[in-house]
Design a protein around this ligand. Structure first.
Ligand code: 1PZ
Length: 215
């Protein structure tokens, strides 16, 4: 039916939104960054309710950024570069401990930025995996190398439990809805350099301004 086609979700389209993130002079558009995350959350939700606690946090952070974008000073949030400059110049960021700005764009985006590294590592493993590779192993390896050091024990534990119920590689590929495995691999090969570039640019920006440990 038309309705079920509407809901059909294709990971290629989501990863393509990361293409739109970069401006000509390599600035990152927040609007497209957030749109990319929205799509990823949709995908995560389609994997089952066990991932609810993860998507809830992601949705919460996406919403904080959208509120900045749609707020009074939305024009200062068009790109991540502008956002960093604006929030720092106006002392809108808690730099050493949480205080009056728990929802700064800088600290909120940092959490998604770290998760983007997880995505990059996970998708790279998926791309180079073989038929008998385990998604749960690829996922937890990527997690341990990216997000885990920033998470408290309970979150790491809950995440580990969620990874165990990830569908196996064939079913996972099917949910991605990209086509046969060869096509999934090819799509990932195209999408990964883009995701990686967005990650690198943000990482450099945050390094320059010493923002990588925002509380
Ligand atoms: C396909 C399998 C999906 C696995 C996703 C791997 C990421 C696991 C992350 C688990 C964290 C969930 C609970 C929230 C923790 C928050 O405390 C932290 C820090 O934020 P703070 O407390 O400082 O405000 N939140 C995050 O680290 C952001 C996590 C976003 C994860 C988005 C994953 C999207 C997955 C897309 C799947 C294709």
């Amino acid at each position: 039916s038309v309705a079920s086609e509407d809901q059909k979700f294709c990971l290629r389209e989501v990863l393509d939104t990361f293409k739109l993130c970069l401006s000509e002079n390599k600035e990152v558009y927040l609007q497209h960054y957030v749109a990319g995350w929205r799509g990823l959350v949709k995908f995560l939700n389609s994997l089952g309710s066990v991932f609810g606690f993860i998507s809830k946090d992601a949705v919460n952070k996406i919403q904080i950024l959208v509120n900045h974008l749609n707020g009074e000073n939305g024009s200062q949030y068009v790109t991540i570069q502008l956002m960093v400059k604006y929030e720092l110049e106006n002392e809108l960021v808690d730099l050493t401990k949480r205080g009056s700005h728990p929802e700064s764009g800088c600290r909120t985006l940092l959490r998604l930025h770290r998760a983007l590294r997880w995505l990059e590592l996970f998708l790279e493993r998926l791309r180079t995996s073989t038929e008998d590779s385990k998604t749960s192993v690829m996922c937890s390896e990527a997690y341990n190398e990216s997000l885990a050091p920033h998470h408290p024990w309970v979150v790491r534990k809950a995440a580990g439990m969620a990874f165990c119920v990830l569908p196996g590689r064939p079913a996972f590929f099917e949910v991605m809805n990209v086509g046969p495995p060869e096509q999934v691999v090819a799509m990932l090969g195209e999408a990964l350099p883009l995701i990686s570039e967005v990650y690198q640019i943000t990482e450099e920006l945050y390094t320059q301004h010493n923002l990588l440990d925002l509380p």
